[in-house]
Design a protein around this ligand. Sequence first.
Ligand code: EPZ
Length: 422
Amino acid sequence: MDSILVRGNGPLHGQIPIAGAKNACLTLMPATLLSDEPLTLINAPRLSDIRTMTQLLRSLGAEVTSLQGGQVLALSSHDIHNKTADYDIVRKMRASILVLGPLLARYGEAVVSLPGGCAIGARPVDLHLRALEAMGATLELRDGYVHASAPGGLKGGTVDFDFASVGATENALMAATLAKGITVIRNAAREPEIVDLARCLRAMGAQIDGDGSSEITIQGVDRLGGATHTVVTDRIELGTYMLAPAICGGEVELLGGRIELLEAFCEKLDAAGITVTETEKGLSVTRGNGDIRAVNVTTEPFPGFPTDLQAQMMALLCTANGTSVLEEKIFENRFMHAPELMRMGAQIDVQGGTATVTGVPKLKGAPVMATDLRASVSLILAGLAAEGETKVARVYHLDRGYEHVVGKLSGVGANIERISDT
Ligand code: EPZ
């Protein structure tokens, strides 16, 4: 198993290219199941989660070819012979549930393993199932699997979400493209990854209105064609690397970054005393010699502050001037990075979904443990500004969502390396 060693090394300078979005690619890839014509995804990120989705789609009979070093994915579903998504793959990655809607919509049947719980929360899929029931599907939970059927095909209906779930919106949106009649999704999630999915589906021939708003309307069509689609920039990778110069000082340009992907986050950086400016190629983040100001943060669905940047923001606020309050409203167990940051000398009091962070002048390097994807990168960010050496263990979590972390950070002057523990 690998670890990452980070040594505080002062201000950072240079450019970091931002990859295509993991959370867009993970819903774009299952869209291939909706058509028997080829789908090509350009600007795909090279991550272990993408490889897991590839494994899943191939197990159903789809062809997935990785080109140009993995940045282009050529997908085809003209020969789907298996409609069962097996537990052995699904347990590795919850996004596997996103094959349910497309399989059911195109073939009238699907059997998908329930994903089970995860480090950051129980994460049920009830909203996904209710959405498909609203389109006339029959669903039965048996032996840890969802058995879904719609022998006559799905029918247009009204989907009313109690909560603006990203995954449930994506599943319902994909399924509705081939349903007979009109589907209206109310209280839909509005994330940029959903807008990107709708853009791709429209290129395949789908009729969709309202993506990016809370109400999406889909007129079902008989069949979808192929398309070539460029994956949207990864706003979570973007936000993560914006925090590197914020924490260490210096000036870094994030190539491909756009403020509209992260407005709520950029507002908090501004409030903390960090300067974000748009450049020709992306975004520039600068932190002068001034102190970081304490700010309060509450995570919310888009366009609110993203929960996937909460851990990284906490790393910044550990050395802010004053006390910050972070409220995690999306997942019930997403503060597992806090005890690890406290091992580095941070002062954090966690009470349920609220963490109170009292800034300290400087963190101190220590051996720490990654517990999930975003927690792992928050520990690396904290290590970039800490005194001495930080060793982050279990970085396989990191590989799920960040490509070339060591290369990207050392390229702007960070002292960071990956080591094998065996
Ligand atoms: C997506 O997960 C992202 N994953 C997550 O990113 C992200 O944290 C999350 O959206 C919120 O922004 C992918 O896109 C692959 P949700 P998803 O359905 O779709 C509850 C990362 O770090 N809920 O919006 O699973 C659920 O338990 C990952 O890249 C139900 O109760 O998120 C949670 O509390 C982590 N029933 C809340 O809603 C349901 O049927 C938000 O979940 C569905 C969700």
